[in-house]
Design a protein around this ligand. Structure first.
Ligand code: ATP
Length: 450
């Protein structure tokens, strides 16, 4: 059953992200820059993990998808052919009193939602950022910062076919920055002007597109569920006919229950042959595919799952955020999937005494070869566990004086707070098993994809 309201308070999440170094406002010492964000030390790790999980699922674990990394600046004709120069704009209205600007489709009154003032008629506003290539700032040298990564894939379709000899159906995936001069930003990292996308274009024979579209909707849903996202926080929304671009043959949004309500996390579209046909027309180069088995030549159709890195991070953080009573205090836990957790293991010596610290540091150095591991010897062990819970560290390793005698240490897990004692010689293999989902002390699994 889908829920109707998120239990997560956005202000608390933003404050945790700021306090623990996940996300900072950009250029904060100058007062910040509207809707631009910097990822701190933990955020940078989390972001890498999200992108790596996507790349593994979409590219590495399959034999029918290859990767690409194209430049942000592209020939201006790309954006004419793709329709972005003419059509990539949101109708917007301005408040005549407070001068704030809003997306026309986001306000449902005839007056300003902030001050109640009169608003203008909707006007078009192009969302692409412009800049100049080279030293002369004139019309002829205008280029755009890409507003999506997909076009870099379409214009390289032939290069990829020729160099990889991939046969249809196959996909090309890319992760990278995109820029949109959004009118309405806000809701933290949900909608910003500089963000990252994870996009894949899956090229298929026309006529098989419907089956591949259904397949990719299911796959993409499974990606979020496999990383522990709760099913009741995800909803599929099919676009109505009136919402679809004229060329599109179908589109589903994967919506997530964010603190501000259900909103788009990812879009999956059946774009037919629109993009390749447009680029073929505009460049004068054929982008048809020749099928050697059937001896047919055609322009492939394309299925596009398009996800946002930053929106995924926000959704994973919201989903993982949990508070539970702990005596007179509240235990804040980020129940992140181990693959996403920025720190996998914390090494905690029970005391700072020299012999104990030396043994703990030796273990830390060894584990660091394999995982992101934090060492913490400040304050009580209880407080140290709480600090790790709050940043989502799945496992803590505690070294005590007994460890010097029996060469054993304690592993404590974040979710159930269960503890087991293991020989140091088996520590790495035990941690590896736990991080890949094996239950600690044969109880609840450390994470569950249900
Ligand atoms: P919205 O209507 O919410 O702005 P969109 O429908 O324009 O999104 P798409 O063009 O389909 O978005 O882009 C695909 C994905 O890229 C989105 O589902 C989202 O995850 C991400 N994305 C798009 N715009 C932004 C943005 N301004 N900030 C962060 N992520 C974004």
């Amino acid at each position: 059953m889908a829920e109707s309201q998120s239990k997560v308070d956005m202000d608390k999440l933003v404050s945790l992200c700021r306090r623990r170094g996940f996300v900072f406002p950009s250029s904060e010492i100058y007062g910040g820059l509207s809707s631009c964000w910097d990822y701190g030390p933990l955020g940078a790790e989390l972001k890498r993990n999200v992108k790596e999980a996507w790349w593994r699922f979409m590219v590495r674990n399959r034999d029918d998808v290859v990767g690409l990394d194209t430049s942000i600046l592209m020939h201006p004709k790309v954006w004419e052919a793709s329709g972005h120069v003419a059509g990539f704009h949101d109708p917007m209205v301005d408040c005549k009193v407070c001068r704030l600007r809003f997306r026309a489709d986001e306000i449902n009154t005839n007056c300003c939602p902030t001050c109640g003032g009169e608003i203008t008629e909707p006007r078009q506003f192009n969302l692409m950022f412009k800049t100049f290539l080279g030293p002369v700032e004139d019309e002829a040298s205008i280029v755009y910062l890409r507003p999506e990564t997909a076009q870099g894939i379409f214009v390289n379709f032939e290069n990829v076919v020729n160099t990889t000899r991939k046969k249809l159906p196959f996909g090309i995936a890319q992760v990278g920055k995109s820029f949109r001069n959004e009118i309405t930003t806000g809701n933290f990292i949900f909608r910003s002007r500089e963000f990252e996308q994870m996009e894949m274009e899956f090229f298929v024979k026309p006529g098989t597109d419907k089956q591949w579209f259904d397949y990719w909707v299911e796959q993409r849903l499974n990606w979020y569920l496999g990383l522990g996202m709760k099913r009741e926080h995800i909803k599929l929304r099919e676009h109505g006919k009136e919402e679809l671009a004229h060329y599109a043959r179908g589109c589903f949004d994967i919506n997530y229950l964010f603190p501000m309500g259900w909103s788009e996390l990812e879009g999956i579209a059946n774009r037919a042959d629109f993009d390749l046909t447009q680029h073929a027309k505009s460049s004068g180069k054929s982008l048809d595919y020749f099928d050697d088995e059937t001896r047919e030549r055609y322009t492939p159709y394309v299925i596009e799952p398009s996800a946002g890195v930053d929106r995924s991070i926000l959704a994973f953080l919201c989903d993982a955020y949990d508070e539970e009573p702990d005596k007179d205090e509240i235990r804040v836990v980020l129940r992140l999937h181990p693959d996403l957790a920025p720190v996998k293991v914390a090494v905690l010596p029970l005391s700072r005494k020299e012999n104990l610290a030396a043994a703990a540091k030796e273990i830390w150095a060894d584990l660091r070869q394999r995982w992101v591991v934090q060492y913490d010897d400040a304050q009580s062990i209880g407080r140290r566990y709480r600090r790790q819970d709050e940043i989502g560290t799945p496992l803590c390793v505690t070294i005590d004086f007994q460890s010097l005698e029996d060469k054993q240490v304690t592993i404590r897990e974040r979710d159930g707070m269960k503890q087991i004692r293991v020989p140091i010689a088996e520590l790495k293999s035990t941690l590896a098993a736990k991080l890949s989902g094996e239950a600690l002390a044969a109880t609840q699994p450390l994470w569950s994809s249900k």
